[in-house]
Design a protein around this ligand. Structure first.
Ligand code: MG
Length: 162
């Protein structure tokens, strides 16, 4: 059996680095504002994986009203979501991520991000795709106010009856 899930996330830029994205700490003069570490790539991926398994969303699993989630490592949250998904008998087959930002260039960090995410997802690096797009200067992304991420995850299983 195969399931597909989609995830979307956006975060506003705030002054001062480092930028946490795709599990990397990237040297930059901005960071992503958020209750956790603001890692929009991990958040979109977490929602894609949870969505594919029919297990709700990141907001329900890790409420931004909870003190324990303040500044939280989003790779850790992705790992906990995967444990839920695995408990239902699903394994990640592959993921595809599109980062939409005017000023953050993905290309120099693509391979490191793929490796980091592959380790977190328990898949081969070849099963993780990350790509960057601009918004052609349009709207809030074009003005450099923030970043948007779209992710799709394919799950295989279910290995055990739920
Ligand atoms: Mg988020």
């Amino acid at each position: 059996m195969t399931r597909v899930g989609i995830g979307y996330d956006s975060h506003r830029f705030a002054a001062g680095g480092p930028l946490v994205l795709g599990g990397l700490r990237i040297e930059a003069d901005v960071h992503l504002d958020g209750h956790s570490d603001g890692d929009a790539v991990c958040h979109a991926l977490t929602d894609a994986v949870l969505g594919a398994a029919g297990l709700g969303d990141i907001g329900a699993l890790f409420p931004d009203t909870a003190a324990e989630n303040a500044g939280r490592d989003s790779i850790e949250m992705l790992g906990l979501a995967l444990e839920r998904v695995a408990a239902e008998g699903w394994l990640v087959a592959q993921v595809d991520v599109a980062v939409i930002s005017e000023q953050v260039k993905v290309a120099p960090h693509r391979e490191a991000m793929r490796s980091r995410l592959a380790a977190a997802l328990g898949v081969d690096t070849r099963d993780v795709s990350v790509k960057g797009k601009t918004n052609e200067g349009m709207g809030w992304i074009g003005r450099g106010e923030g970043i948007a991420v779209i992710a799709i995850a394919t799950l295989k299983g279910r290995l055990t009856p739920a």
